[in-house]
Design a protein around this ligand. Structure first.
Ligand SMILES: O=P(O)(O)OC[C@H]1O[C@H](OP(=O)(O)OP(=O)(O)O)[C@H](O)[C@@H]1O
Ligand SMILES: O=C(O)c1cc(=O)[nH]c(=O)[nH]1
Length: 204
């Protein structure tokens, strides 16, 4: 399943690589990166999003804890949380990056149910900042957070540290390492290009 989803991301052209530093992407954390993975594109591919939903179900089974509620991390995690909660016939909420400045001033939309077990669904983990903030908001409102599940992670040491500091479990369907393995195996990338991306990742 891991490799299938990584292959999907490549085949729908969710992954873009700009090796020239002057064309680096800027991530939400401010990190400048030669690679960007636009998992929002998965919405447009029913078979791909279904595979992602099934992979999330598998990850939840592996955790061995039955969630009561599925939470989407705004914005890109929301549609995946919706498909997953429908498949599991569970309630859904979504968590904004900050409380609204008008209306009801909510950060969490949907019904807050204190003591209920929630899985936070995110599209992608770079530093983990966005999904950790969402999980913390859920905790502060009274939910019991089982952990964060995302489609993809870069495997940055910083993210592992941030999740450890927050005492939060997380897992992903696929990873940067899987992507690079596929690019190399399918001869789309030379070993030296794979190595230079790995060196960049490990320097973060
Ligand atoms: O692990 P992090 O360092 O927090 O980075 C990952 C976050 O960045 C992207 O969101 P973005 O801020 O681009 O917003 P969006 O989800 O609304 O598109 C992505 O969807 C994750 O939420
Ligand atoms: O860190 C980010 O902002 C980020 C990285 C990435 O590859 N894709 C994305 O949507 N956001």
């Amino acid at each position: 399943m891991n490799h299938e989803v990584a292959k999907d991301l490549l085949s729908i052209k969710a992954v873009q690589i700009h090796p020239e530093p002057e064309n680096y992407f800027t991530w939400t954390s401010g990190i400048k990166s030669p690679i960007y993975c636009d998992n929002r594109l998965t919405m447009s591919y029913p078979k791909v999003r279904e595979r992602i939903t099934q992979a999330f179900i598998q990850k939840i089974k592996e955790w061995g804890v039955q969630p009561d509620v599925i939470a989407g991390c705004a914005t890109a995690g929301i549609p995946h949380a919706a498909w997953l909660s429908k498949e599991l016939d569970l309630p859904m909420i979504y968590i904004r990056s900050e409380a609204k400045k008008h209306g009801k001033g909510n950060q969490i939309e949907g019904e807050v149910q204190k003591g209920k077990k929630v899985v936070v669904i995110e599209d992608l983990i770079s530093t983990g900042g966005s999904s950790i903030d969402a999980a913390m908001a859920a905790k502060e409102s009274g939910f019991e957070v089982i952990g964060v599940l995302a489609i993809f992670t870069y495997g940055l040491e910083k993210a592992n540290q941030n999740f450890a500091d927050a005492k939060l479990d997380f897992d992903t369907i696929t990873t940067f390492d899987h992507l690079l393995e596929i690019l190399e195996t399918e001869n789309k990338f030379e070993q030296k290009d794979v190595q230079s991306l790995l060196t960049w990742r490990d320097s973060m």
